[in-house]
Write a protein that binds this ligand. Structure first.
Ligand code: S3P
Length: 443
């Protein structure tokens, strides 16, 4: 990625107005490229997120033998190699900043008889990868080398004859679930993942979309049992990528906190495994209206009308965390402008994101005058209905910290400085320009 540091300041702005479509969903974009590459024949994708994270996954698919071509903006064609058909790459696979791309491809490679090296930037190199290897080694893959007690770079030798397993992830993680299911594609028999808390289900939906046999049953109050029949022949099918709810979260919260705002966000995915933030904001008093709810490419989508709203503090239950895991930073912003205390419970997984987001959220709010506490895995924000601002926010190579701070500064008394906005391009290219188009004052 371009290493130029790009600081930016956000200033109190007039009402945000307009109708926009945020870029395609990141989770679905990664999966479309990976599953397209494991399909025999040509898969056409429209609306692909052309952020750096996804582009790196596309490069990895090419290095593993698939033909990957860009036909136009967001329009891509993949000619896949079939299940277990990856070729050995000639050089290390570089995933840049992307945990999702890297972990999913680790899973897909684990089921193939090849050796590949996985690497990334300083942020990705600092994140643990060991827990992905535990189930994949049970399936027959082997970590040939691993750095610093479980970090990238990692060299992985995939299984020649992968073994199907029954796996209970130790954490609510869609990446862990997906890595095992992708490895399980190459195994005979049934690979089973038992989740105690359900996580985003895009891998399951897309596996079915490409013709795999998969059953999903409830497991307890919040979990699911997913069983995949191995060695399917995946058949090409077009993929339409809906707008990313995790990206929509930023203009949404901006409109809620800037007085007089009214915006419409077009075609946002409303799959319930992703909309924990929308639910929480509504509980806080947010006016978010769903217009024209419909199905697009097998996912629920709607246009969302968002108006400036008075917000109040709420308690966010821990079982909601998997359905809004990437949204706590921006929820922290909304909670700062709310009246009263917001307690966000059970945020352990936030510590292993692009940065330690539990600490980073607290730091971002504190430096702007907000009273915040961390108690165990809970984040507690004491909102007073207004934010003084004036702080310098450190982004730690984390796109979502940068965007959250740029939202917060639009309604704080004093301008807010962000040390580096460059990493926004990993997930939301064009963010600053889109926000300016709605009326945001960035300089
Ligand atoms: C993702 C899963 C989540 C999320 C990430 C995308 C995915 O990570 O934070 O941005 O596409 O599967 P975990 O599964 O590690 O919680």
């Amino acid at each position: 990625m371009d290493q130029t540091v790009s600081p930016l300041a956000a200033r109190r702005s007039g009402p945000l107005k307009g109708r926009v479509r945020v870029p395609g969903d990141k989770s679905i974009s990664h999966r479309a490229l990976i599953l397209g590459a494991l399909t025999v024949g040509e898969t056409a994708i429209t609306g692909l997120l052309e952020g750096e994270d996804v582009i790196n996954t596309g490069r990895a698919m090419r290095a593993l033998g698939a033909k990957v071509e860009r036909a136009g903006p967001g329009a891509w064609r993949i000619n896949g190699v079939g299940v277990a058909g990856f070729a050995e790459p000639g050089a290390p696979l570089d995933f840049g900043n992307s945990g999702t791309g890297c972990r999913l491809v680790i899973g897909a490679v684990a089921g193939c008889p090849i050796t590949a090296t996985f690497d990334g930037d300083a942020s990705l190199r600092s994140r643990p990868v060991k827990r992905f290897l535990d189930p994949l080694e049970r399936m027959g893959a082997r970590a040939v080398s691993l750095t610093d007690g479980g970090r990238l770079p990692l060299t992985l030798k995939g299984a020649r004859d992968p073994i199907p397993i029954v796996y209970e992830p130790p954490a609510a993680s869609a990446q862990l679930k997906s890595a095992v299911l992708l490895a399980g594609l190459a195994a005979p028999g049934e690979t089973v993942v038992i989740e105690h808390e359900a996580t985003r289900d895009h891998t399951e939906r897309m596996l079915r979309h490409f013709g795999a046999e998969l059953t999903v049953q409830p497991n307890g109050a919040h979990g699911r049992r997913i069983a995949l029949k191995g060695q399917p022949e995946l058949v090409p099918a077009p993929v339409t990528v809906p707008a990313d709810p995790s990206s929509a979260a930023f203009p949404m919260v901006a409109a809620l906190i800037v007085p007089g705002s009214e915006i419409v966000l077009d075609g946002v995915m409303t799959n319930v495994t992703r909309t924990g933030l929308f639910k929480t904001l509504r509980e806080m008093g947010a006016e978010i209206e769903e217009l024209d709810a419909r199905l697009e490419g097998g996912e629920e989508v709607a246009d969302l009308r968002v108006r400036h709203s008075g917000l109040k503090g709420v308690e966010v239950p821990p079982e909601r965390a998997p359905f809004m895991i990437d949204e706590y930073l921006v929820l922290g912003v909304a909670a700062s402008f709310a009246e009263g205390t917001t307690r966000m419970r059970g945020l352990k997984e936030l510590r292993v994101k692009e940065s330690d987001r539990l600490a980073a959220t607290a730091a971002m709010l504190r430096v702007n005058g907000i009273d915040v506490e961390i108690e165990g895995d809970d984040l507690i924000v004491h909102g007073r209905g207004e934010v003084s601002g004036g702080g310098l926010v450190t982004t730690h190579m984390d796109h979502r910290i940068a965007m959250s701070a740029l939202v917060m500064g639009l309604a704080s008394e004093k301008p807010m400085q962000v040390d580096d906005t460059a990493f926004i391009a990993t997930s939301f290219p064009g963010f600053v320009e889109m926000m300016r188009g709605l009326g945001a004052d960035y300089a």
